[in-house]
Design a protein around this ligand. Sequence first.
Ligand code: NDP
Length: 287
Amino acid sequence: MKNYRAELVGVFGDPVEGNPTGVTMEAAFADKGLDYRYLTLKVLPADLEDAMRSLYVLHMRGINLTMPHKIKVLPLLDELSEAARIIGAVNTVVLREDGKLFGENTDGKGFVQALHHRGVTLEGKNITLLGAGGAAKAIAVECALAGAASITVVNRTLERAQELADTLKKHTKTEAYSERWESRHQISGSTDILINATSIGMYPDDGQKPDIDPEGITPEMVVADVVFDPADTLFLKEAAMRGATPVNGLGMLARQAALNFKLWTGVEPSLEVMEETLRRETERKKI
Ligand code: NDP
């Protein structure tokens, strides 16, 4: 008998209208010949519990969570990965065969994989992290779990940097420090990997860059950006001009989506298809 029922996954968020993940996932499903649909669904905070119940009702494989649900979903889950537990936020849920809801956070894992792709490992490295929000936290925890020697969190709001440093000290073996972001901030000379984990430089503010002293960027450094639109940010262009190795946010975004794909389907997607679709979508938005 022909099967007309597709497997369902998707994202719950509000707003979700500008989220391009569905197009990326659908392109990757088609590429692998998988009969899956990715639904981009608006869910208000008050409806999250009902929405999570719909995973069972509709026999869905899982769901992505985006703003404002990443933290609120925690008590509705049965099990968390180590990283999701330490980060205290989940971006991907899998409805397992045993009927349990498993929560994972793939943002930081996507970042670590993007570094690996450029031949960069974390073990023993000194990291300077600009920002202390959701993306920064996910990146910091995964870098610490991957063996980073130290992480210095630099943030405009010092309390948030301190909180993140405390989390790292409590749950991982990495040395963690916090600094208030000063004007033309001086980056420590011992930094191996410098990361912009803020939204500074994101379209339409792509003429902006993080306020650091550019003299502090050396050819030995790896400089990474979470901003994915544009992929080639002003921050990365300047770092590359100073001889540093740039790592863009598009690779991180494609890799976290690829990890979600694998969690739901058990199949390894084509990263080229995902990255190319994302690049095309971010270009199309500006027309
Ligand atoms: P949050 O709102 O949680 O955190 C924002 C962070 O940026 C805070 O540390 C904030 O500082 C800082 N910040 C914002 N504006 C400024 C400014 N003008 N000057 C100094 N610091 C500033 O956001 P997220 O962490 O969720 O997202 C951050 C960026 O990462 C977004 O652009 C998002 O699109 C991107 N992202 C990319 C991913 C990828 O796969 N490439 C994945 C996830 C996110 P303060 O605490 O002082 O407010």
